[in-house]
Design a binder for this molecule. Structure first.
Ligand code: GDP
Ligand code: CA
Length: 347
């Protein structure tokens, strides 16, 4: 079985780990979000690709969910001693090595997809990890300034430094319109038996991947069933601040609104209650309303069982099952539910 997963960082990585446990024989391709990528200290950092690689390769800091286990921070301390920032982004010594190798290979002319493949030769994640694009795409967030104006900041500055505490007015995947899907991305989607949208951030993870021209269309037109799992449980993100970026694209923080935002396959992509007209107009990743929807099936958590009917009324088959990725077994059970739903909706 060939399974394609559009993955962000922690939510995508943990789901992939459960999926691997559920179907060890499957050929899994993870298409990774690179909109979070940032250049720091002259190095190219790809947080979401690395979270997937470390999580599946056994190198992740489990409690934190990102970065390396057994990390030390000497380089960061030395940079601080020189007064060289930023200090708000956590790069440990072991992690630095990954970014040095990556930057060196990119400098030598290798595309990011080839570099990722090379890094994965060490980590052996057990899935084929492909960045969504070899081209530079950088998610920027339009925020209010103190003097009543607006400015765009890098997603990492908004998320990590500002902790999403200032209001996001729009989310812009800068460069996405000119970006091409990395080699293998469209082919993997077209050849897939199942396409899964894991419980990753619908706006700045999955939304960014879908903003690369060709990817949304490939998913919408895939022969395979497309099934998603809600990252929103009980009207809140399970972790992180997805509610803030959902608000920026005019989508309520509910499992049903996220399903509507992805839209039913064959129908126009929906938007949540509140509509795409509020603030989301400038957001190329929010689904324009003219493109097709994506979902055949949607899983919500059991605490959200009351919305199943509402989601199904939109033409999306919906089930309520436990969606908390507390350990590999519970996550594998989620993956099996997603695959079972995919079989149910297979055309
Ligand atoms: P990031 O790039 O590290 O932010 O990770 P992703 O975009 O892949 O995933 C972030 C999303 O994962 C957040 O919106 C969380 O709500 C969601 N998430 C994290 N843990 C869980 C979980 O155990 N269950 C569910 N359903 N969602 C989760
Ligand atoms: Ca991310």
């Amino acid at each position: 079985m060939r399974i394609v997963v559009l993955a962000g960082g922690i939510g995508g990585a943990r789901f992939l780990r459960g999926l691997k446990a559920a179907v060890p024989q499957a050929e899994i391709t993870a298409i990774g979000n690179t909109g979070d990528d940032i250049h720091l200290f002259g190095l190219k950092v790809c947080p979401d690709l690395d979270t997937v690689m470390y999580t599946l390769g056994g190198g992740i800091n489990e409690e934190q969910g990102w970065g390396r286990a057994d990390e030390t921070w000497s380089v960061k301390e030395e940079m601080a001693a020189y007064g060289v920032g930023p200090q708000w982004f956590g790069l440990g010594d072991r992690d630095f090595a990954t970014h040095i190798v990556r930057t060196q290979m990119i400098g030598a002319g290798y595309p990011l997809s080839a570099v990722t493949e090379a890094l994965c030769q060490r980590w052996r994640p057990g899935v084929r990890l492909i960045p969504m694009s070899d081209d530079r795409v950088e998610t920027h967030v339009l925020v209010d300034t103190e003097d009543g104006g607006r400015k765009a900041v890098h997603f990492q500055e908004y998320w990590v430094r500002l902790r999403a505490a200032v209001e996001a007015r729009a989310i812009v995947p800068v460069g996405a319109e000119q970006a091409k899907p990395a080699p293998g991305v469209l082919e993997a989607v077209a050849a897939a038996d199942v396409v899964l949208l894991p419980p990753s951030n619908p706006v700045v993870s999955v939304g960014t991947i879908l903003a690369v021209p060709g990817i949304r269309e490939a998913v919408a037109e895939a022969d395979a069933p497309v099934v998603g799992l809600s990252p929103i449980v009980g009207d809140a993100p399970v972790r992180g601040m997805a509610d803030k970026v959902l608000a920026a694209v005019g989508v309520e923080t509910t499992a049903a609104a996220v399903a509507a935002h992805y839209g039913a396959r064959g129908a126009g992509a929906g938007s949540g209650p509140g509509g795409a007209e509020s603030g989301g107009a400038a957001n190329a990743s929010s689904g324009s309303g003219s493109a097709s929807g994506l979902l055949d099936g949607w899983l919500v958590d059991t605490v959200d069982a009351s919305v199943v009917g509402e989601v199904e009324a939109r033409g999306i088959r919906c089930r309520a099952v436990p969606l908390m990725m507390t350990d590999i077994d519970t996550t594998a059970a989620m993956a099996r539910e997603a695959l079972a739903l995919a079989e149910e909706v297979r055309r």
